[in-house]
Design a protein around this ligand. Structure first.
Ligand SMILES: C[S@@+](CC[C@H](N)C(=O)[O-])C[C@H]1O[C@@H](n2cnc3c(N)ncnc32)[C@H](O)[C@@H]1O
Length: 145
């Protein structure tokens, strides 16, 4: 990522609404929240969503919230056209064999003119690092994927 959490050209000089889908413990969201320079007026709003609420942080800054959302299901109407940036990292496997509807759901919640940023790994590892003998469980997982 060239050292950047956000590659989309979002204007963070104005209050922005950012959603992180498949957020887990909110690592990306909280990294972004703590790395953006403070605004002279207003605050950014950060929302993390995941199917599994267990890893959500117990205490968060006031402008950060976490909520349950399955990427396979449409987002509630109240969330449509709301976000300047919708981000999802390493989560598309949870969409199952046909990920298109899950991607469309992400587009439903971005504001007109906003951005969707999706990052997935190539899972292309050097054979001396990942191979049947050295990493059998990981090799199984890659085969399943
Ligand atoms: C590999 S973790 C990535 C966590 C985080 N995005 C990151 O990069 O640090 C995948 C996350 O996707 C979530 N996930 C899997 N299937 C999902 C689904 N159908 N809807 C929402 N979240 C899902 C998992 O619960 C898990 O937190």
């Amino acid at each position: 990522m060239g050292g950047k959490l956000v590659r989309a050209p979002v204007d963070f000089s104005q209050p922005a609404k950012i959603l992180d889908s498949g957020t887990a413990d909110g690592t990306w969201l909280l990294d972004l929240a703590t790395s953006l320079p403070p605004l002279s007026a207003g605050t950014h709003e950060f929302v993390g969503t995941d199917l599994n609420l267990a890893p959500f942080p117990q205490s968060t800054p006031q402008n950060v919230t976490f909520t349950v959302q399955n990427i396979k299901k449409p987002w509630p109407e109240s969330q449509h056209d709301q976000f300047d940036l919708v981000h999802q990292r390493l989560t598309i496997l949870g969409a199952g064999p046909n990920p298109s509807p899950s991607i469309s759901h992400l587009y439903s919640i971005v504001k007109p003119g906003g951005w969707v940023q999706i990052s997935e790994g190539t899972m292309d590892f050097p054979p001396d690092i990942v191979n049947e003998d050295r990493t059998p469980a990981y090799s199984d997982m890659l085969r399943l994927m």
